[in-house]
Design a protein around this ligand. Structure first.
Ligand code: SAM
Ligand code: SF4
Length: 347
């Protein structure tokens, strides 16, 4: 943890130099969690009774803007805002409006959002005004009762209203669905037909063992290799080189003409082309989703009004970005491999 703390220039570091990690990978993609709070309690993500962080620990909207802007100065050109649920953070649109200046200047190529969609009907137009062109909306099932069971507190109709509003606002929507054994496993073909029929890409995600959820993760885990094999009985899947800058591998579904992505951290290692890092809402930078090593950027942010210390802290952290991760669900203790929840780093 931490940053070297030496003033700019003393060690000859260029605070605008691009971010290249020890394995030669350029870091150009930043995911920022703007809150650990959420209006849902998805069973694979959170326990029902979560203790959230005290406000003073959370970066203010101004600090988030400074932090994102420092990364953009250092060559990050894709920014994803996530959470917790980013759209439940008070005044979150201020951050989107502020960050949109980097889109206008051309230094930022893409500003995106991952959301559960509950507040999307309210914010879709404003997001579009801020230059958001693509968003990810998480929907694991199209069965309203099952949706309520998975999210514990969510309502499918509100989310679908949000997706419609985003579409009307001209925002391209990608649907993310976590594949859950026995829960939505048999519904995946219907979800493909629905998503593609509505003009959305669909990405399936394997559950990752992040954080204690008061349950047994080995019960939820469904390898996407199995899902894919089952889908091939019904659909013609053709591998395509389509890339969104994320870890998904895409196929085209011949019968629907749509794209289907697979994110398989448990069965396939996607680390070799990793260009991303993640910051939590407390300003902790994780260089790898599957490793504990982190750097405290909040201390650097709050130590000085200038961004030089912050940029040095970022450089120092990127020099420690590991080669890859090693997710395992501990089948004896059934404990997660990494103790923090996905809602901390935002996926
Ligand atoms: N609340 C927003 C949402 O649900 O889209 C953004 C944050 S959420 C943590 C980001 C993504 O992570 C969602 O698509 C969610 O389904 C996924 N996710 C959460 N916990 C997960 C886990 N343990 N394994 C795999 N994906 C997970
Ligand atoms: Fe909230 Fe997203 Fe986690 Fe569900 S997956 S509890 S919506 S943060």
């Amino acid at each position: 943890m931490g940053f070297p703390g030496h003033p700019t220039g003393q060690d000859g570091l260029d605070t605008r130099a691009p971010l290249i990690d020890p394995f030669g990978r350029s870091v150009t993609y930043l995911r920022v969690s703007v809150t650990d709070r959420c209006d849902f309690r998805c069973v694979y993500c959170m326990a029902e009774n979560m203790t959230f962080l005290p406000k003073k620990d959370i970066l203010s909207l101004e600090e988030l803007d400074r932090l994102c802007s420092a990364f953009i100065d250092k060559g990050v050109d894709k920014l994803r805002i996530t959470g917790g649920e980013p759209l439940v953070r008070k005044n979150i649109m201020t951050l989107f409006h502020d960050l949109s200046r980097h889109l206008a200047s051309g230094r930022l190529k893409e500003l995106t959002l991952t959301t559960n969609g509950s507040q999307l009907a309210r914010y879709a137009d404003e997001l579009a005004d801020c230059g958001v062109k693509r968003i990810n909306v998480s929907i694991d099932t199209l069965d309203a009762d099952k949706f309520h069971q998975i999210t514990r507190w969510g309502h499918l109709d509100k989310v679908l209203e949000g997706v419609e509003a985003a579409k009307r606002a001209g925002i391209q929507v990608k649907i993310n669905a976590v594949a859950l054994k026995d829960v939505n496993e048999h519904e995946i073909p219907d979800m493909i037909r629905w998503a593609h029929g509505e003009g959305h890409d669909l990405t399936l995600i394997e559950t990752m063992p992040l954080g204690d959820i008061e349950g047994d993760r080995t019960d939820q885990y469904l390898p996407l290799s199995r899902v894919r094999a089952d889908l091939m009985d019904r659909f013609t899947l053709t591998d395509i080189p389509y890339k969104t800058g994320g870890p998904a591998r895409y196929v085209e579904v011949e019968e629907t003409g749509g794209r289907l992505g697979f994110i398989t951290p448990m069965t396939h290692n996607f680390c070799e082309s990793c260009n991303r890092v993640r910051v939590t809402c407390t300003g902790t930078l994780f260089m790898c989703l599957g490793q504990e090593d982190a750097a405290d950027l909040r201390a650097a942010l709050r130590a000085s009004e200038s961004d030089d210390l912050l940029k040095l802290a970022i450089d120092e952290a990127i020099s420690r970005k590991p080669k890859g991760h090693d997710f395992i669900i501990d089948r004896v203790r059934k404990a997660p491999a990494v103790s923090r929840h996905m809602s901390m780093t935002g996926g």
